[in-house]
Design a protein around this ligand. Structure first.
Ligand code: FE2
Length: 366
């Protein structure tokens, strides 16, 4: 924590979160305005560390919160890439254990800060793969205890949303969250995030990876498969109201490949179908809600093909389509730190645990 040579006065009652922070720092909460000044120094001039470790990526971001706004100082990542097949949770955990200290050192170097200049330690609490989540949790606990700084648990999906809003400054979008593990259409209503459409089976990213593996593309297969140019062939197109389904498309795509269809044609047709399905349900969400903005988040949502389709649809509906750079769309530590500022879910390092499953609509307030 850096104590600046000036104080910001705040009028009115102290909020619950300010009281919690004051108690954490052993600030005397009986001394009225003086406490207010100290608390505001902590809240307005603080450095947040964010640790991401839900799946394939170990990421550490450092951000600075100033009265004028939030600035990302560093966002370092190291990604586990399986030599064969999909993500193996134990291998991913071993990768994270191996790289965590180097990623932290790199982030500190990039930010120009030292460990003792950090004020809050945020970590991705879930959902995710338990062995991977545990590495981030233990790292965050160690740092929180060592630095004697508050530990903040962050929902991974909410962090994707908050970094998207932070970068694009969009206000009230239909959120399209597509990654290796998730496919959801989310809206904010009455201070709550609500999932209004989602996959009925596997995620789009997962379906893409299954097909890519069978077709012989190396990891990350979806990424390479998407770049193929081929001819359109008939594949299932499964939209049910606001929901979508991908497993049947993946099965049929693999079946056609094994029957001799060119893999370029399958790759092209698979993404043509699944991205059109997502665009269709997003358009339906715009129509139902009357919203005029779309925000694409998650690693798969940084696909240029999907973004092009969404932009055409939005333009037809006189809506805005917001996208973010891949660095922030994929899993990263900066998004955990950005969400940590907003939610301040302060946990006791001796009791904190990860949450393997937790949906954005389980959270009561945004
Ligand atoms: Fe993610």
């Amino acid at each position: 924590m850096r104590i600046e040579p000036f104080a910001i006065f705040r009028h009115g009652p102290i909020s619950q979160i300010q009281i919690e922070i004051a108690m954490y720092f052993n600030i005397n909460i009986k001394s009225g305005i003086c406490i207010n000044i100290q608390i505001m120094k902590i809240i307005h001039m603080s450095n947040y560390l964010g640790i991401e470790s839900t799946s394939h990526t170990y990421g550490i971001g450092i951000i600075e919160q100033l009265p004028a706004g939030v600035k990302i100082l560093a966002n370092e990542t190291d990604m586990y890439k399986p030599e064969k097949g999909g993500i193996h949770p134990i291998e991913a955990r071993n990768h994270h254990m191996k790289v965590r200290d180097t990623v932290l050192d790199n982030a500190l170097k990039k930010s120009g800060l030292s460990l003792d200049q950090l004020d809050f330690v945020c970590f991705s609490q879930g959902p995710g793969l338990p062995p991977c989540l545990k590495v981030g949790l233990e790292h965050a606990k160690e740092l929180s205890r060592k630095l004697k700084k508050p530990l903040i648990g962050v929902n991974h999906a909410v962090a994707h949303i908050e970094i998207g809003k932070f970068i694009t400054k969009c206000k009230d979008p239909v959120i399209v969250y597509i990654s290796g593990g998730n496919t959801q259409i989310i809206i904010e209503t009455k201070n709550k995030y609500k999932i209004c459409g989602e996959t009925l089976d596997i995620s789009l990213g997962n379906a893409g990876d299954v097909v890519a593996r069978e077709l012989g593309y190396s990891y990350p297969g979806s990424y390479y498969m998407e770049k193929e140019h081929g001819n359109y062939i008939e594949l299932p197109y499964v939209v049910k109201g606001m929901d979508v389904s991908f497993s049947g498309i993946a099965t049929e795509a693999v079946k056609k490949y094994k029957s001799g269809t060119k893999k370029q044609d399958i790759a092209y047709s698979f993404f043509e179908n699944v991205f059109c399905m997502i665009t269709e349900v997003t358009e339906r969400a715009l129509s139902h809600t009357g919203k005029k903005q779309v925000l694409l988040i998650g690693g798969v949502a940084s696909s240029p093909i999907l973004q092009k389709k969404m932009k055409i649809m939005c333009s037809d509906r006189e809506a805005e389509c917001f996208t973010i750079p891949r660095e922030y769309a994929s899993d990263n530590g900066a998004m955990i730190a950005v969400a940590g500022i907003k939610y301040k879910n302060i946990l006791n390092p001796d009791e904190a645990d990860f949450m393997q499953k937790c949906r954005v609509d389980d959270l009561s307030q945004v």
